[in-house]
Design a protein around this ligand. Structure first.
Ligand SMILES: N[C@@H](CCC(=O)N[C@@H](CS)C(=O)NCC(=O)O)C(=O)O
Length: 239
């Protein structure tokens, strides 16, 4: 009887990692990339980060990525796309687990990760608002989402004592406000005490600090100024 055997895993963990070299294809300002970088750091997984110019996407990237968006994680040459799928894969393959073990809780966490993606869309809508009126309406809509977060947040991390992928997904949301706060108080986070404590805790987490370049705030400020939107006009006086 013939038998098909898969090769035995190499006994050396470093050699095993080598067979599955990880490259995170990134953009310095991309909040979705930060999710993956945070998960990799939390799991102490070595990886190479390759930044690309999203205004002039390289051919190799377009060939590999069906969406043409960052992040893309190359796993030994296999392209993974969509940040939620990437962090799920990392959680399936690398310890410690950052998703809850219970399927019901895990599904709830995935819902909150999608909620944070919708908030990133809301942040994009805010910084692209063309005038004061639309800016105020978009700030109000974003605040309503943060009020919902304030109500559902357990603390000290989103779901209690353990740092989870929901924390990894929200950290880049808050990072925008480090730059927004230099421009003005848009009333989005005002008076949300539990959210404020969570934001401060996330900002101090080594994985969160390492997920964006040191000059992130200055890069983001330049990006916002170039939008020629309402926020750019506010910045002309504030920065
Ligand atoms: N749903 C995607 C969103 C990724 C995304 O929007 N990436 C942006 C940069 S932060 C991008 O690559 N934009 C370039 C483009 O859309 O052409 C995910 O979660 O990975």
């Amino acid at each position: 009887m013939s038998q098909t055997l898969s090769p035995a895993p190499h006994p050396d963990p470093e050699a095993r990692r080598g067979a599955r070299k990880l490259t995170l294809v990134s953009h310095p300002l991309c909040p979705y990339v930060q999710r993956a970088a945070i998960a990799l750091h939390e799991k102490s997984v070595p990886f190479t980060r390759t930044d690309i110019d999203l205004a002039a996407k390289p051919d190799w990237f377009l060939r590999l990525s069906p969406t043409g968006k960052t992040p893309m994680l190359l796993v030994g040459g296999v392209p993974l796309f969509e940040s939620a799928a990437i962090i799920d894969y990392l959680d399936d393959t690398e310890a410690p687990k950052l998703h809850p073990a219970h399927p019901l809780e895990r599904a709830r966490h995935r819902g909150w990760i999608q909620f944070s993606s919708d908030m990133l869309d809301g942040i994009g809508a805010l910084y692209n608002a063309p005038d004061a009126e639309s800016f105020a309406a978009r700030a109000k809509a974003l605040r309503a989402r943060f009020e919902r977060v304030e109500a559902d947040l357990t603390g000290p991390w989103f779901a209690g004592a353990a740092f989870s992928l929901v924390d990894a997904a929200f950290a880049p949301v808050f990072r925008y406000f480090d730059t927004f706060d230099r421009i003005g108080d848009f009333g989005v986070l005002t008076g949300l005490a539990r959210v404020a404590a969570w934001r401060a805790r996330l900002a101090a987490r080594p994985s969160v600090r390492a997920a964006a370049p040191a000059d992130y705030n200055d890069r983001l400020a330049r990006f916002l100024l170039a939008r020629r939107s309402h926020i750019s006009a506010l910045m002309a006086g504030a920065l």
